[in-house]
Structure formats: C-alpha cells, structure tokens
Design a protein around this ligand. Sequence first.
Ligand code: GRF
Length: 195
Amino acid sequence: SRFAVLASGSGSNLQALLDAYPENVAVVGGDKRDAFAFERARRAGVPVVHLDPKDFPSRESFDRELAERIASYDVSLVVGAGYMRILSPVFLGRFPAVLNVHPSLLPAFRGLDAVGQALRAGVEETGVSVHFMVEEVDAGPVVAQEAVPVLKGDTKETLLKRLHPVEHRLLVGAVADYFRGGLDPEKFHSGKDFA
Ligand code: GRF
C-alpha cells in the first residue's frame, strides 16, 4: 500500500500522512523547488520528484513526465495535498486513483482560494472535502466531508487554522479507507473520465 503525495506548499497535509503512514509514502512530487513540503519529505527520508513547469512546453508534457517519475515508485494511489496545478487525464489515467483534499464543502467554492471565497460569501459554515480527482477540477466524487464553522471576525488565517486539523484527519482516514478497499474508484468513475 505505497502511495505518492503531490504538494506545492508548506505540506502540513503531507506531514499528517508522513506521521500516520511513515512506511507507505513512497515519493513526494511537486512543482515548486523550494516548497517546505519537500523539506518535510527529506527529513522523513522520502524521495522527492521536482519538475519545473517552465521546462515543459505543455501541461500534458509536464504531466506525462511527472506520471512517469511517480509511477516508477510503484504506487497504487496518488494523494494531492495542496498541489496547486491541475492534473490532466495524461496524469490521472496512469494511476488507479488520485485523491485530493479541498478546503470547502464541495461542490461549493471549487477552484482556487476556496477559503477566501467562503469568507467573501459570508457563509456561517464551510468545511473540508476529500474527493477523487477527475478531469473536471474539484468535481470528482466526494469520499469524506466535514463542516467547520466560520466565526465572526474570521480571517483567512484563523479559518485555515481551524480547517487544517480537519483536513489532516479526513485525508489520513480516506487513505486508510482506500487501502482497506472501502473506496473503490471504479464505483466512482467510468473509464471515460480518463480518456
Ligand atoms: C490546504 O488548505 C489544502 O486543502 C489546499 O491547500 C492547502 C495545502 O496546505 N489544497 P498544506 O501545504 O498541506 O499545509
């Protein structure tokens, strides 16, 4: 039950996965050379794959190379943990399943800056979703979701601080469910999603 993690930022979700499954994180991939997530991987003795989008003429060529490199680590699951690039079918089609954590109650607030969107919308409740990645952004079947209150005077920082522990818990649980066979991706998408 080896899996890969993709990250672009600080990697607090990656850290939760490294803490929970130190033997199972086979590789950490990403597009930002100086992402602290990579430092976390190095400290855990986990190999890192960094590719710079600027070195590739297209999204597809970047995704193809990333998929090749990640697949060479013999993983049966990829987890997006704050990975900030859209993964094309070229990448998604290479793996049995790709999970992602998103800081909103999907389908609400899809896309970038979900936390800022929720604050600007003035909702009293937002939350965290773990879903399968499909070609359409933040549209895959949701496998775990939990609401988090938005309090008066919340800023992005205070709201993110409240969301992060929920993200970590849901993501760690979803990976366990997946490997226990509880999240059969075939139940969620037909082959057409990964042309
Ligand atoms: C998290 O809020 C995650 O939901 C979103 O990006 C952020 C990544 O945080 N996709 P970290 O890099 O895991 O700390």
